[in-house]
Design a binder for this molecule. Structure first.
Ligand SMILES: Cc1ncc(COP(=O)(O)O)c(C=O)c1O
Length: 439
């Protein structure tokens, strides 16, 4: 690695300092810590692709509403544990306008980021029916949700959807569902990390099976509307963001404000429970947590115990952003299109320098350009690629962190600045010069 632009000695020293056994296998936060230390000591900047930080300014309409709410004094007051009324109302309108799904405001619950949404939903669904206690992840997926499983001490199974798209999905899901222990199916759409976008047909398969086997589908819409191949930005007008909610009432949707509104720092998201699931009584759940119906158990037992609601001022911000989107005053899709544009350039730089895209196709189309993409390098495992790229000033996480069976890494485009594309190209060239000779 004689041609690497970053000092191997410094990087190796920092890896030791942080007690990272194998940088290729490091978690997102470990890579973040390592790269921070190396940047500090060398004064050089990495091409940072490890973490999904928004990288765009927060939606101004949210910032203004939050400042105004703070000036009105909301910081002194506990919000209702199931959320402030204006937010619940705008959320239900948003679901109608952009998903074309009817849901009542009561079923729209603010959470401390989608992280708290999935945590409390896992807790509820995993305890709803005795013996039905295992979550099925359609992977690759967001690594922290597996960590939530670990913290909760819950069981999960997972499979990589790479070889099971389209018509193959049904049989694969039934292989798991027919055992009778699966309580929920979890996936993100668009997918973190592969940027796969499940089709309406695939979602219908999932919804039909959820009805047949009585399991809850947890649909993570952190990247709502961000399949830029279609325009999902017009309120009340088709096309609508694809969703499983069209095919089953057994759903919980998670709508994060972190990416679509660049509001990650305020940790305020929405959990949308279908009206019929909200009202459902599960005797085992009542015995476990002492609550009443499913929805009230989530709000009055679980969220109450975890954080007693979400930040009051951030709820006003989210209400204002949703209202502006509902009224067609704020095109939230347009404001994040930059991610897709950057992905196009970044993919090209990788492809020109010996790399390949791992999750290349979305059914019969090339994968869309969005927040993430996946890449591989010939003859290298994903872990080796992460470790080797570190010496060339490029940071990412390995795909095996995400439940993928494929060798490669996840590239997140959001934090990379356009001004860095020149450095990026040069570093990938040096990387390829060195490793193409070795192979
Ligand atoms: C698929 C997915 N779900 C959830 C989250 C976290 O959302 P929040 O910031 O609202 O907790 C992320 C963030 O990267 C994500 O990629």
């Amino acid at each position: 690695m004689e041609n690497s632009p970053f000092s191997k000695e410094i990087i190796d020293k920092k890896i030791k300092e942080l007690r990272i056994a194998d940088p290729g296998k490091a978690s997102i936060r470990e890579i973040v810590a390592l790269v921070n230390l190396v940047e500090e000591e060398t004064g050089q900047k990495y091409i940072r692709m490890e973490m999904g930080v928004p990288g765009l300014p927060p939606a101004q309409v949210g910032v203004d509403a939050e400042i105004e709410a703070l000036q009105r004094g909301v910081a002194a007051i506990y919000p209702m544990v199931d959320g402030i009324k204006p937010l619940k109302e705008e959320a239900a309108r948003f679901i109608k306008n952009f998903l074309d799904i009817e849901v009542s405001p009561k079923s729209c619950i603010p959470t401390v980021g989608s992280m708290q949404g999935t945590y409390s939903a896992f807790l509820a669904v995993g305890n709803a029916v005795k013996g039905k206690d295992t979550t099925l992840f359609i992977d690759p997926g967001f690594p922290v949700q597996k960590q939530q499983m670990q913290v909760l001490g819950q069981k999960y199974k997972t499979f990589d959807v790479f070889h099971f798209r389209g018509e193959k999905l049904k049989a694969k899901l039934e292989e798991y569902l027919s055992k009778g222990d699966i309580c929920s199916i979890v996936y993100s759409n668009p997918n973190n990390p592969a940027w796969i976008c499940l089709s309406e047909e695939e979602l219908q398969t999932i919804g039909d099976l959820a009805n047949q086997y009585d399991v809850v589908v947890m649909e993570d819409l952190a990247y709502f509307g961000m399949d830029f191949r279609q325009d999902f930005s017009k309120p009340g007008e088709p096309p609508f963001q694809p969703t499983v909610a069209r095919y089953t009432e057994n759903y919980i949707l998670f709508i994060s404000s972190s990416k679509i509104f660049s509001y990650a720092g305020q940790r305020c998201a929405l959990m949308i429970v279908s009206d019929s699931l909200y009202k459902r009584d599960y005797p085992d759940l009542q015995e476990r947590f002492g609550g009443t119906d499913f929805g009230s158990t989530i709000t009055l037992r679980l969220i109450y115990a975890l954080s007693t609601g979400a930040s009051h001022s951030a709820q006003w911000a989210l209400a204002a952003m949703l209202k502006a989107a509902n009224e067609g005053r704020f095109n939230f899709v347009e404001s994040v299109k930059e991610y897709g544009e950057k992905a196009k350039v970044m993919k090209r730089l990788f492809l020109e320098n010996g790399f390949d895209i791992v999750y290349k196709e979305d059914l019969d189309q090339p994968i869309a350009n969005g927040f993430y993409f996946t890449i591989s390098y010939p003859g290298m495992t994903g872990n080796q690629l992460v470790a080797n790229l570190l010496y060339y000033g490029v940071s990412a996480i390995a795909l095996d962190n995400t439940g993928s069976d494929e060798e490669g890494i996840r590239a997140c485009v959001s934090f990379v600045k356009r001004e860095q594309f020149g450095d990026m190209e040069e570093r990938l060239k040096l990387f390829n010069e060195y490793f193409s000779q070795k192979n």
